[in-house]
Design a protein around this ligand. Sequence first.
Ligand SMILES: *Cc1c(COP(=O)(O)O)cnc(C)c1O
Length: 322
Amino acid sequence: MLDAMASAPLGDDVLGDEPTVRALEERVADLLGKEAAVFVPSGTMANLTALLSQTRPGDEVIAEPGAHVLNYETAGYAGVAGLAFRPAPATSGRMEPRAIAGLVRSSDPHFARSRLVLVENTNNAAGGVFWLEPELKAVAEAAHEAGLRVHLDGARLWNACAATGSSPARFARHADTVSVCFSKGLGCPAGSAVAGDAETMHAARRYRKMLGGAMRQSGVLAAAALHALDHHVDRLTEDHARAQKLAEMIESAEGLTLRPADRRTNMVYFDVDPALGSAGAFCKRVDDRVRMLAAGPTTVRAVLHLHVDDDALDRVAAALRS
Ligand SMILES: *Cc1c(COP(=O)(O)O)cnc(C)c1O
């Protein structure tokens, strides 16, 4: 990846002549079956530019309450885009398609304007679990029938594809806009993309500039993403297999309670018996051997990725036992 970054042809993406960024944007649009894509620094900005491009302040977004956009993006949907949020019932992050119509507001002037349905695949907070393509299709169809747009937060769409065998485009065709990350599981230092129709992506490009996300010789980052698409996508199934192994280790570890995940990909959530201390204290105690995230007072999140091989997993097991 470093070699690819060091040898990438560079230009200036603010001036629109960055050859490596352009190549990446074309590649991503193609992969997702969309007219255009825009390279952005982060998944947060990918989601925010997608929302800004398809809504007006005061509009309402239908989403399940655990969505990353609602919980872990500094409420930019509200603070920057001026959007309200209407919670949709969901199981393991997957919404019930039949519930969508009932959540859409009438045009009565008392109400916000329903504008967009947000879905997340894989769903982070529910345990990194994936939707099947027909499930996503059903929710998107319900949204489109009601005249709403659909945004797919696909920060980990690659993992959903690895788990289901569906192509990125098969999921993406149900959404008007899609965000994908090259960081996270694909192992890039930074970089995400948002994709959609040409008109929406023209707007997204303007919002990227407004938010300060237009970069100059960003081909160094796009080269990393191109390398990751070539070399780090097919191996994601290894992460999933190791996550399954880790889940089994945790299930048999005294004092740790595995959070069940019906369709696990590369994440393992578990709870720490308070007698062993808080989740934060627990993570600190093993931090010299394995770094995990305290996702709540008792909850720990472990994520498998390309820097964790089988040997590393053995060391994780030893650290957990100790
Ligand atoms: C990480 C993540 C994001 C945000 O990505 P950043 O690059 O950290 O801004 C968005 N959505 C989901 C589901 C994520 O897991």
